[in-house]
Design a protein around this ligand. Structure first.
Ligand code: ATP
Ligand code: MG
Length: 140
């Protein structure tokens, strides 16, 4: 299976509880390698742009408020079938539905404050990586 890349965000609920390392360990244990990482305070414009696909959803305003409520860690992850591998270890969007051993089952506070984002396709991964990283910042 091909080695590919995906994009991950450790969300403000996780950075606030000092879970950056614990979440990253789950990603690494799942066979993903962090090839780029930075801790940033997202601007409202970045959060609105990043989640633009959800702008008609009723929770959009609250989602943007949440994503700018504290620092996040944006990461590029590399591994075999990285998009699916990451989605599998993240678990379901709603932690109540997430399987044992997943990041969201273990750490998420709610369907909104669910600790991590992960790209849902290789095409979106490429777009999301380019949204936050220059090529020179990605080192395998
Ligand atoms: P992400 O895109 O963050 O990886 P996801 O793909 O599992 O998560 P999406 O449907 O893309 O889920 O929703 C994006 C984010 O919006 C969710 O991770 C969550 O933070 C928030 N969200 C989704 N559904 C709801 C909801 N019903 N109420 C509040 N927030 C929600
Ligand atoms: Mg999504």
């Amino acid at each position: 299976m091909a080695v590919t890349r995906t994009f991950s965000i450790i969300k403000p609920d996780a950075t606030r509880r000092n879970l950056t390392g614990a979440v990253t360990k789950k990603l690494e244990d799942a066979g993903l390698r962090v090839v780029a990482s930075k801790r940033i305070q997202m601007t409202r414009e970045q959060a609105e742009g990043f989640y633009a696909v959800h702008k008609e959803r009723p929770f959009f305003g609250e989602l943007v408020d949440f994503m700018v409520s504290g620092p996040v860690v944006v990461q590029v992850l590399e591994g075999e079938d990285a998009v699916k591998r990451n989605r599998d270890v993240m678990g379901a969007t709603n932690p109540a539905d997430a399987e044992e051993g997943t990041i969201r089952k273990e750490f998420a506070e709610s369907i909104e404050a669910n600790s991590v984002h992960g790209s849902d396709s290789e095409e979106n991964a490429a777009t999301e990586i380019a949204f936050f990283f220059d090529d020179s910042e990605i080192v395998g």
